[in-house]
Design a binder for this molecule. Structure first.
Ligand SMILES: [Zn+2]
Length: 269
């Protein structure tokens, strides 16, 4: 519970509790989602959960937040990527998601020994004009880690954030600089809310660019942005607890063309 309370006290991790639950702004949780959110906040076991995960392991919150079965952690990552890319299109040019990196023909020449030099490697978002002038390109890569996983829970939260930032930087920082002639920003966040240092700086810059474009106050835009990220992470965490992880196929028959049916059958209201 100490760990959970520490996680909840990270800036932005408790926005869902202090924001008015207005559905039209996407800030509302239904009743059982609210109960799950409280359970996550205080490390209480969520109610009415199965005994086993779909992968066969015993069901626990720390397991389901990172269990890859059913692809739920990937959906969590993709939501943050898409939300960020959508907002970047407001203020940057040439925004694209999943950009493929140029091939590295001679890793030794660039001293890329610690980098990921795989052909076909992709990062999450690339855009021009975020840091610096309009022709400067930046690549970002998002990682949402599970702070309750055994590999993360033994060290302090700040060093866990730093560790994940360093892993991403080592994998891509030098390759992006040497081959793409661009800059690299890792976006690291915890699945229960809270951002690493570089992600904080990134979203502050994004809020500043958006506030200049929209003519709204910087603090209001930054607060709204933190809230959007917080709700996205919270919904994804609840989805990891409640989501079905098995596929049962898809029914593909299209619905009948209603306008045609109505005319041809003389249907009355
Ligand atoms: Zn599992």
């Amino acid at each position: 519970m100490q760990r959970a309370v520490k996680l909840a006290s990270v800036k932005g991790a408790s926005n869902w509790l202090t924001t008015l639950p207005l559905n039209e702004h996407g800030f509302a949780l239904h009743k059982s989602a609210f109960q799950d959110a409280l359970a996550l906040r205080y490390s209480w076991p969520p109610l009415r959960t199965p005994t086993l995960c779909a992968c066969g392991a015993s069901f626990s919150v720390d397991h389901v937040l990172s269990c890859p079965k059913g692809g739920l952690p990937s959906l969590r990552h993709n939501e943050i990527r898409d939300l960020t890319a959508t907002l970047l299109t407001e203020v940057c040019s040439q925004v694209c998601t999943e950009p493929e990196l140029q091939p590295v023909h001679n890793p030794d020449e660039f001293h890329l020994s610690t980098s990921n030099t795989q052909e076909g490697a992709r990062l999450d978002i690339a855009m021009n004009g975020f840091w610096g002038s309009r022709s400067e390109r930046c690549f970002i890569d998002v990682r949402v880690f599970n702070p309750l996983a055994p590999s993360n829970s033994s060290s302090s939260l700040s060093s866990t954030f730093k560790k994940h930032e360093n892993i991403k930087r080592q994998a891509y920082g030098q390759r992006i600089r040497e081959v793409e002639h661009a800059s690299f920003t890792p976006i690291i966040m915890s699945a229960t809310g809270g951002l690493a240092h570089e992600a904080i700086v990134f979203y502050k810059r994004l809020a500043s660019l958006l506030s200049a474009k929209w003519g709204d106050e910087y603090s209001v835009v930054l607060g709204w942005l933190r809230c959007c990220l917080g709700f996205s992470l919270l919904r994804s965490a609840i989805q990891c607890i409640r989501g079905a992880r098995s596929s049962i196929g898809a029914y593909t028959r299209a619905p009948p063309p209603m306008d045609l049916v109505q005319v041809e059958s003389h249907l009355s209201e």
